[in-house]
Design a protein around this ligand. Structure first.
Ligand SMILES: Cc1cc2nc3c(=O)[nH]c(=O)nc-3n(C[C@H](O)[C@H](O)[C@H](O)COP(=O)(O)OP(=O)(O)OC[C@H]3O[C@@H](n4cnc5c(N)ncnc54)[C@H](O)[C@@H]3O)c2cc1C
Length: 400
């Protein structure tokens, strides 16, 4: 390819920022990052914003390379044939390559009353809408957190530490990802903070009202403020644009993160579904997928075959209030093991992870392409083999 290459990145979260920064290592590339906000959102701190212990935003100047042009807007449609994206403010932007990194949002409560009375906290705007509701509720008001994945646990703990009367409604098991030992540690700390944990198969919330949540076992728990954290969905942009997606709406790609429909489009982060075998949504995978999506584009520009994706997981790091945490270690293929780091060291490690994630983005901005962040999971190759009955060509090589 000769002349200047236009690269558009949709979404300025962990994956999009990493991808945009990495693209700047070539002088003949113009990188435009389109994002609806002027500030970077530290989504992994949104539970802190709920309780008021952190603002969960960072200036893009700290994490984005100088050569990345930030376009504050929302993409409403991708015209793959015309290589152009339409913007909500009007107008459009053309591209040679497109990196799709729109992330995730709330899965959307689908029980009666939830739309009206439950508050999701998957995005900055949702949390900002919740804050005045919490501020207006008396300190003694019953607060329910529905969903006991990491976001639910962290939110419940944070609010209890701030003096709120919190019930964590699990709808199943507490912390499904956790090994029983890690789970006991989380449960013990939640108990000490005064969180009432409602667990078991019959604790699925079936309805939400102004002042309560109804469970599948018939119980009604008082709840003046109900917070909804039962999982993530993804924006509909890819499917709305006629691109192939998985059942959740993530862009379907091959193992090089390239859209199965179009070689000029690659995906990263929560909104990517490589080989229809997506990685667990999280900033842990997003910071590894972002640069690899950029590497795929850089390889194509250089006339090289892009490498298959490789993502390794260390585990799950959960803060349980400001003073305690649990780092649940896992195999590289993301299955929890019986080892965890709890207590204050767990909390310190979680804080280190949050800070170092922002640092990683900034490092990639200053020195694009000089470090490789991603781990390695050889078991993915076997999973792909199981899925298709054969090893996909691109999956035969691991690493860059
Ligand atoms: C409370 C909470 C705690 C969490 N804790 C952890 C944790 O401890 N560890 C962990 O690994 N993960 C955690 N996560 C999950 C993690 O935040 C996400 O998985 C991660 O942010 C995904 O990164 P991403 O870059 O794919 O997307 P995002 O960070 O979601 O960024 C996507 C960006 O794209 C923008 N966008 C969307 N649509 C468009 C459009 N049409 N046009 C332009 N821009 C668009 C969005 O506004 C956003 O800025 C947590 C999430 C929450 C809510």
């Amino acid at each position: 390819m000769t002349g200047n290459t236009e690269v558009v990145v949709i979404g300025g979260g962990y994956a999009g920022v990493m991808a945009a920064n990495r693209m700047t290592q070539r002088a003949d590339v113009t990188v435009r990052l389109i994002n609806p906000r002027r500030t970077f959102v530290e989504r992994i701190r949104l539970h802190q914003l709920v309780a008021g212990s952190h603002e969960a935003v960072v200036d893009y100047g700290k994490v984005l390379g100088e050569r990345v042009r930030l376009v504050v807007d929302t993409v409403t449609r991708i015209d793959a044939a015309g290589r152009r994206v339409t913007l909500a403010s009007g107008g459009s932007v053309g591209y040679d390559y497109l990196i799709y990194a729109v992330g995730s949002d709330g899965a959307g409560p689908r029980v009666p009353g939830a739309d009206e009375f439950a508050h999701p906290i998957a995005t900055l705007e949702e949390v900002r809408r919740l804050r005045p509701v919490l501020d207006a509720a008396p300190a003694s008001a019953a607060v329910s957190v529905v969903g006991a994945g990491p976001a639910g646990i962290e939110t419940a703990a944070e609010l209890a530490e701030a003096g709120r009367a919190v019930t964590l409604v699990c709808g199943g098991v507490l912390g499904p990802y956790l090994h029983p030992r890690g789970r006991r540690s989380v449960a013990g700390r939640l108990g000490r903070l005064g969180v009432t944990v409602v667990e078991g198969p019959d604790t699925v919330v079936t309805a939400v009202t102004r002042d309560g949540v109804q469970l599948s076992d018939g119980r009604v728990l008082p709840s003046q403020v109900t917070i909804w954290t039962t999982g993530f969905g993804v924006p509909e942009l890819a499917s709305r644009s006629g691109l192939s997606t998985d059942s959740l709406g993530r862009l379907l790609t091959d193992e090089t993160l390239t859209s199965v429909d179009d070689e000029r489009i690659v995906a990263a982060g929560d909104a990517a579904a490589p080989s229809d075998l997506p990685f667990r949504m999280g900033c842990q995978s997003a910071v590894q997928l972002g640069p690899q999506a950029a590497e795929t584009v850089l390889s194509r520009m250089a006339g090289r075959q892009p490498a298959p994706v490789s993502v390794g997981f260390a585990g799950q790091c959960i803060s349980v209030g400001r003073r305690t945490g649990v780092f649940q270690f896992a195999h590289r293929n993301d299955v929890a093991v019986g080892v965890y780091l709890g207590g204050r060291p767990g909390a310190r490690l979680k804080e280190f992870v949050c800070r170092s994630t922002v640092w990683q983005l900034g490092y990639e901005a200053r020195k694009p392409g000089t470090r490789t962040w991603w781990g390695k999971d050889d078991k993915r190759r076997l999973l792909l083999q199981d899925q298709s009955g054969e090893v996909p060509a691109a999956a035969g090589r691991v690493g860059r």
